[in-house]
Design a protein around this ligand. Sequence first.
Ligand code: PLP
Length: 386
Amino acid sequence: MDNVSRQTFNEVMVPNYQPADLIPVRGAGSRFWDQQNREYVDFAGGIAVTSLGHCHPKLVAALNAQAQKLWHLSNVMTNEPALRLAKKLCEATFAERVFFCNSGAEANEAAFKVARKFGGRGRHVVVSAFGSFHGRTLAALAATGQPTKHEPFQPMPEGFRHVPYGDLDALAAAIDPSVTAVLIEPVQGEGGVVPAPPGYLEGIRALCDERGLLMIVDEVQTGFARTGRWFGFDHADVRPDVVCLAKAMGNGMPIGACWARREVAAVLQPGDHGSTYSGTPIATAAARATIAELRRIDAPALARLAGARLQRLLLSTPGVTDVRGAGLLLAAELDGRDTKPVAAACLERGLVVNNVTPTALRFAPPLTVSDDEIDEAVAIVKEVLA
Ligand code: PLP
């Protein structure tokens, strides 16, 4: 086999990422090993993706079984794993119709197209929040409330508007007859792990009902038990019209979904939307096994318990001034230190954490993380901050 190293990245890859120097080659549970066989404990979880850890034996078995049967068909035909997965989602939630895709950005793109057809000509604007993150495709980027990310790619696609997160009055003021939907994260993940203030999601639901708008919730980062409830909106008393999913849904197998109420989903007619890889047997089989295992282990309860321990230990760490988030999606605010060198120093000591903002570290370990692994991770953070 070809020898490859971090240097190879510079030689053959588009320079849109700045990956770490190490190259992981295998993983198991909360840990992975690099080319030099150095061990790391993974508290980034592929950014809230590997909720069951790396190479979970049940997922490996499900994937192997499907790999022997059928990988791909395209949407000229449907397939059993996709239908079983959609059925499971509809039975376990209030979803009535499901569309499968491959990523969070694609789930949001599907939601925008639903919203535009739902609104009709002249009523196409989606309002989202400053500080939000909804993906890197052009429309998802336009919905992302971070103007600095827009700048290099101006002009942005038309039809997106932003308001301060948590401010219902600003949202109400931004709604005019051109608006068709409100798009919101229950916890702003990339924005620094900022949970919605109490009453915010309920207020959005009421506004959407009053003005005839769709409430779209972006659960890409928060979905599937990450925050200690099955979905982020479960922390509030609301039912969104459209829900966007990805990340933990396939535990690393690329898959996303967008679910909606039946009448809302009905606006998409044959030919309106699609993807070659929408709901492939191989990806949906992986997702079905992932969700079955998350349910079997009562993943929300694990996230709450482990999250409470991690939060308590981080709060007692000198140099940490605040911890926010929910379940196992947490951010530790540091005492003014630049988090980039802190995260790099943690990595050198074998802990993967993500510097989500210049002042906060994000923790999103597998929901199956053990008490010992939490203690080990916090001990490394303590050592680095000391
Ligand atoms: N929405 C949210 C809330 C996210 O956190 C992300 C990714 O971090 C996305 C959408 C984009 O997902 P993807 O990178 O799979 O396109």
